[in-house]
Design a protein around this ligand. Structure first.
Ligand code: ADP
Ligand code: MG
Length: 637
């Protein structure tokens, strides 16, 4: 009898996981080649569906799918769309057939699916999928080591954190989160072949992602990402189903019996898959009121129906190329990812957009999982052969006085990355700063996404403009952001790992980019007005203080002019809607106080020589000079 004998000291094997919206896959390396592992369904592709039974039982994969029609609210599909997002984020999501629980205290706004007897978060749903894959892996490997899990390139901080949490919940040692397009490029072995610019075209079940990757001597850099979070194979299914329903005798608009609609959708998907092989096909469908329909559909018809979908994908490709500042002529290769790229029309469409035949040869369903397995193996052997770089999808910055933002890390910066920016106090004796971290492209903080707020306390009282606050941003390998703030003169320090309670999806990213573009001029004016108001308030305060201390240095007519200019400035701050008006009032104050400022400076110098502390002199000088950025006044109490 032969026994399988495992070396007890055999090192645990690293695995790669493609945690997809529609399907999830676990892979590992066998004899230097990536291989998909068999899951609990006995196949490679595990449907990303989890059913939570009334007795507490949890069913994952193909068997869970059968509950979709029977107990739709207890059967979660497309959990990836909800991960790292708030209830508010997904309120209008068409997929929400689910009962979403209202936010609990403390857990902020994380999405929870409510079943009445219990509720689960999207992270827990993903964790169940990962647990199932981990179980399959350990059945075959004995000992599972570190795992690389892939995420869409556009996933923001919150979505990445949530994916990591799901891995942790599943008992996995998540050694890296890897961008899906980068994984695909690794699976094609591009790292060893050539330098160049590659496009990854990923059309899955419900989402479309396009990424421009630059490969330079073994270093991958994501140049830009784009796509459409509501475009995929499901839309194709719907188009065929609509046609089927009409021919079956149902009116083209709801309400229609839901069982009939699901039947049509199942038949439509099967027909779609068949059309990837055959040019024409006939399906038997039930007719309304009884009888059978010989439904026939051709590839040509189907290609016509999906043309508007492909046009949308094309637009997203153009935008991604523009963002990457890349011409079509500079593209060295296009990689197809996702089951929907099996549709022949999609392939020819891609060839048309990029003027080159897309690379095929690696299964588009498995390519991402293969790349994850390759990366996991490389990391577990501590090989630094291929460095992987990604970019930030949106700028990161902090809110400045007046509601503007200082962009500390601009969009498309390669990660990991870090940057510092200096700020100073706005008011005298300010002992605390409020730091508001935002993400987005717009000029004003209120139009950007708020990621975190924290405060730096315990700064000794100093005149305005004297404190030197250094804010440092750091984004790590997995795109996770941490922010630290330090008051340089005293060394007071504070830092946070930014853990926002909600995230952005690619559509929102796109909306924010478009909004920044549409509102460009508008924003610019509002930002200028906000900045002018801050500057005006600072000058108003300083002038009022000067009047208290040094009014005796003005003669009567000068005094009257200064008073009048100060009142006009105050009014401009309160009511003016134009930066130019505020600026005009500032210039007026400057003009009427110019000579007086000289006299005041003389007096200050005299008294400094006479023994006044130098700090005060510096304060006067720095107030006169003006400072570029101020943080909000935030006193401890
Ligand atoms: P995701 O990345 O969202 O998990 P997948 O990459 O698994 O998605 O793609 C799933 C989609 O691919 C489904 O809409 C499915 O119908 C479609 N698909 C799979 N095989 C084929 C095929 N042979 N022809 C057309 N579409 C296909
Ligand atoms: Mg996918």
């Amino acid at each position: 009898m032969l026994l399988d004998i495992f070396d007890p000291k055999a090192p645990p094997k690293a695995i790669g996981i493609d945690l997809g919206t529609t399907h999830s896959i676990v892979a590992h390396i066998v004899d230097d080649k990536p291989t998909a592992m068999i899951n609990c369904d006995g196949t490679a592709l595990l449907p990303s569906v989890v059913h939570f039974g009334r007795q507490g039982e949890i069913v994952v994969g193909q068997s869970a799918k059968s509950y979709l029609t029977r107990e739709p609210q207890r059967t979660i599909q497309s959990a990836k769309r909800f991960v790292g997002r708030s209830t508010a984020d997904v309120e209008n999501d068409a997929l929400s057939v689910y009962q979403l629980a209202s936010a609990e205290e403390g857990t902020a706004k994380e999405v929870r699916f409510d079943f009445g007897d219990r509720s689960v978060s999207a992270v827990e749903v993903s964790a169940e999928i990962l647990k199932s894959l981990k179980q399959s892996a350990s059945d075959q490997l004995m000992s599972v080591g570190g795992a690389v899990i892939t995420v869409p390139a556009y996933f923001d901080d919150a979505q990445r954190q949530a994916t990591r949490d799901a891995g942790r919940l599943a008992g996995l040692d998540v050694i890296r989160l890897l961008n899906e397009p980068t994984a695909a490029a690794l699976a094609y072995g591009l790292a060893h072949k050539q330098n160049g610019t590659f496009v990854v075209y990923d059309l899955g079940g419900g989402t479309f992602d396009v990424t421009v990757l630059l490969l330079d001597d073994g270093v991958f850099q994501v140049k830009s990402t784009g796509g459409d979070s509501a475009l995929g194979g499901d839309d194709m299914d719907r188009l065929i189903a609509e046609d089927m329903l009409v021919q079956m005798g149902f009116a083209p608009h709801p309400p229609r019996p839901p069982e009939i609609v699901s039947l049509a959708l199942v038949a439509a998907r099967a027909a779609k898959h068949a059309l990837s092989e055959a040019p024409q096909l006939v399906v038997e469908l039930p007719k309304k009121g009884g009888g059978q329909l010989e439904y026939s559909v051709s590839r040509e018809q189907f290609d016509g129906w999906i043309a508007p979908l492909l046009a949308r994908a094309k637009k997203a490709c153009r935008r991604a190329l523009r963002d990457a500042e890349t011409d079509i002529a500079d593209i060295d290769g296009v990689i197809l990812v996702g089951g929907s790229t099996r549709v022949l029309k999609v392939r020819s469409h891609v060839a048309e957009i990029f003027g080159t035949e897309p690379l095929s040869g690696v299964d588009p369903d498995l390519v991402v999982a293969y790349g994850a397995a390759i990366q996991a193996e490389m990391l577990s052997q501590a090989s630094d052969e291929v460095l992987l770089l990604d970019v930030l999808p949106l700028s990161l910055g902090i809110e400045t006085m007046g509601g503007g933002i200082d962009k500390i890390l601009p969009r498309n910066t390669s990660i990991p990355c870090g940057a510092k920016s200096q700020f100073t106090t706005y008011a005298d004796n300010q002992t605390g700063f409020e730091i508001h971290v935002v993400q987005g492209e717009r000029e004003l903080a209120e139009d950007c996404r708020s990621l975190a707020k924290f405060s730096l306390q315990g700064i000794p009282p100093m005149p305005a403009g004297m404190a030197r606050l250094e804010v440092e941003f750091h984004v790590d390998q997995d795109s996770l952001l941490s922010v630290s703030a330090k008051e340089v003169t005293t060394g007071t320090e504070q830092s946070v790992e930014v853990r926002p309670s909600y995230g952005l999806d690619d559509e929102q990213v796109e909306e924010m980019l478009l909004a920044a573009f549409d509102h460009g001029e508008d924003d610019f004016e509002r930002r200028r007005l906000a900045d002018a108001r801050v500057e005006a308030s600072r000058i108003l305060l300083a002038t009022q203080k000067a009047l208290e201390a040094d009014a005796d240095l003005l003669d009567e007519s000068e005094g009257a002019k200064v008073e009048a200019a100060v009142i006009a400035l105050d009014e401009a701050i309160q009511s003016s809607q134009k930066a130019s008006t505020v600026q005009f009032a500032i210039d007026e104050v400057d003009a009427v106080t110019h000579e007086w400022a000289g006299r005041r400076m003389n007096r200050a110098v005299q008294s400094a020589i006479g023994g006044t502390r130098v700090g005060e002199l510096e304060a006067t000088v720095s107030q006169a000079r003006g400072v570029e950025a101020h943080l909000k006044d935030h006193r401890g109490e």
